[in-house]
Ligand binder design. Structure first.
Ligand SMILES: [Zn+2]
Length: 143
């Protein structure tokens, strides 16, 4: 199957992403991370190690990066509208990301059911390793 393209943006559209995956939405891994940040944002995350992801800051001044806990990833928030659109990690060799499915412009009607998940037991090495395996490789990106 060819990759399908899914566009997303924050509420004021200062920040956007384009997610490409060959997995149909019913087969997506949609994760409700149980950390406090993700619960406060009601974030639903998805990624595809065989897909591609591009973040674009149409208004670069609106981009807020936020790091917390193990500080291995940048969580991307809009300074204007407050929306959390996704996160990126740079391991020195490659960059990978996830999207917040709540920021998709059109939520697929057949999107897979969300499942709660906790990563509390991971150390820094395990966390980076999981993201390298599971997160979506970033293409040229401005975030
Ligand atoms: Zn915004």
């Amino acid at each position: 199957m060819r990759d399908a393209v899914y566009d997303g943006a924050c509420h004021c559209k200062a920040l956007a992403f384009r997610y490409s995956t060959a997995i149909s939405p019913s087969g997506w891994s949609v994760r409700a991370c149980q950390c406090r940040f993700c619960r406060m944002h009601d974030a639903h995350s998805t990624s595809d190690a065989n897909g591609t992801l591009q973040f674009t800051a149409h208004q670069p001044a609106a981009l807020q990066r936020y790091r917390f806990a193990l500080k291995t990833a940048d969580f991307l928030l809009c300074r204007q509208c407050g929306v959390y659109i996704g996160a990126v990690i740079d391991d020195g060799e490659g960059r990978f990301g996830i999207i917040n499915t709540h920021a998709l412009k059109n939520t697929p009607t057949d999107i897979a059911q969300v499942r709660p998940i906790s990563y509390d037991d991971e150390n820094v090495r395990a966390r980076i390793s999981r993201r390298q395996r599971k997160w979506t490789p970033l293409t040229v990106t401005s975030c």
